[in-house]
Design a protein. Structure first.
Lengths: 313, 313
């Protein structure tokens, strides 16, 4: 199992990426082979300094870096020697089995969509977030921003992708799918939600429980919560800021800590043919470690093949 | 100044409505004249029991009640003698200057839209919610559910209505208007947000500051936050549930207390020709008192005339 990690991506790279690696390696007696994409001159002394053993590690030198605020499409075109471009190349050619970066989110999404491409039958890949539930469980909300406008068919596919992810990665048996809406009753909603309801109801690949409301997001009603990326993005960012505000105000509680999205590592792009994990720009060592763990679990559970199968007719 | 109050609406009516009246009257030496819509046989002993003085009070007997879960349109048609129907009749004929109810939300909205009607020039009336900001200020989010699907012109009008409400009721000078979106840069967003941006930018009646994201909702970046009712409804209900969860988990803090929407009374329907205030079903005495105070302020500041003027060409 070969996992690629962009060492130059994120606000605290490369130091926190290296520390994350150390954490991962100290936790695992049989770790994955790690391919590190970045500036060799910077990485080598840093790996030594942090006491990272040389076995399991391959450095792939990248002479360029895509900055956090560069225009994604332009940057990918102009910087073929960047850590993100080389990572996607290695993923596309099969040198690595998964690629992780906490760098430029737009570049990661475009790289996933254009150099790896959607699975056959998947109209639009999607990104999700873990939602900590009041009772200690975890739910999955998707889409959280890759698809600002959606068609009912997109949401129906997100439900399938999210269900497989919830089952195999979050270990939720027969995950309950809820359609995020502004009322519980069938027939409620905007045009999109009204048109999506019958598709979810009639989709035999999922366990649809009906509409859920904003008040249900944080309670344990549905495991997989489906919406278009506009609303999902607002919900995710509001939850993140709620955590930051309570933190700044020194309001501490185990439940609030679970909104520290660092704990969840990154979010995989679901519906592309190979595992791509996008980390938060503010990722620190725990997030980097958790992204490697997540990538390994996606490979071990053969999630991509299970997803591909579910879209074959 | 004559304010009408539905005494039969809400989960805790009529007792909490009566208690709210008592609070209001004890706070105000020169109160409004209060018109109470409800069952005379029930109200009279209750008013006496709670020690409500008879001056300033007029009971309008209503022989029927619209239940919280009745179908709004059907209920309004079938129950002309209900407290909500009689309240709207009194508002339409000028007997009262404002009407308040914590009863069936759908019936209140339909009553507002069809028996009072939109102001001339207003395409779609809207409902809003107060958002408590991290620094102690209050913001206004709209629409929060009356308009699940919107056109750019609707959002532009919501910005005007919200700005006038923020200025005259929330006492915010030159309120900053933000367009809720999934990125900050111009050009970001779904089709609706992209098409709304130039309308807000070119609207000289508002102080537009650009796009805001989910992370900005709870911080003091924009005073008036505009979105379609689908996303706004999800945000409002999620904020309400966040309060409920922290309350259940006994996480206490002054900031979290400000998410107790009871403190804000109800929400006015903005853009209809006369003041209509819709309370939460779970309204208790403080909420009822605050709704009467809000109605009085809307009348005193002549908000309706200011709104009407802003839509005259």
């Amino acid at each position: 199992m070969n996992i690629g990690l962009d060492m130059m991506g994120g606000d605290f790279a490369p130091l926190e990426a290296v520390k994350g690696l150390r954490l991962y390696l100290s936790d695992h007696s049989a770790p994955a082979n790690l391919f590190l994409f970045g500036d060799e001159q910077v990485l080598k002394p840093l790996l030594k300094e942090q006491g990272i053993p040389e076995n399991h590690i391959t450095i792939v030198h990248a002479s360029q870096v895509i900055g956090m605020h560069e225009h994604p499409t332009k940057a990918l075109k102009d910087k073929p020697g960047s850590s993100i471009s080389l990572g996607f190349k290695a993923l596309a050619t099969g040198v690595i089995d998964a690629f992780i970066s906490a760098g430029n989110t737009g570049a990661m999404m475009i790289g996933a969509l254009y150099s790896i491409k959607a699975m056959e039958g998947v109209l639009r890949p999607t990104i999700s977030t873990i939602i900590p539930k009041e009772n200690g469980h975890a739910g999955l909300l998707l889409d959280v921003g890759l698809n600002a406008d959606c068609k009912p068919e997109n949401l129906s596919q997100f439900a399938v992708l999210g269900s497989l992810y919830a089952k195999h990665i979050l270990d939720i048996e027969n995950p309950r799918v809820g359609l995020l809406n502004l009322g519980e009753e069938e027939g409620k909603g905007n045009i999109l939600a009204q048109a999506t309801y019958p598709l979810l109801r009639d989709n035999s690949a999922i366990n649809f429980i009906g509409n859920i409301e904003g008040r249900d997001i944080l309670v344990d009603k549905a495991d997989v919560m489906v919406c278009e990326g506009f609303t999902g993005n607002v919900v995710l960012k509001m939850a993140e800021s709620m955590y930051e505000i309570t933190h700044r105000k020194n309001i501490r509680h185990e439940y609030l800590d679970r909104f520290n999205f660092e704990n969840y590592g990154g979010t995989p792009v679901l519906g592309v043919a190979k595992p791509v994990i996008i980390g938060h720009g503010i990722s620190q060592e725990t997030a980097f470690k958790n992204m490697v763990v997540l990538a390994a679990k996606i490979i071990q559970t053969d999630l991509m093949e299970k997803m591909k199968k579910s879209f074959m007719i």
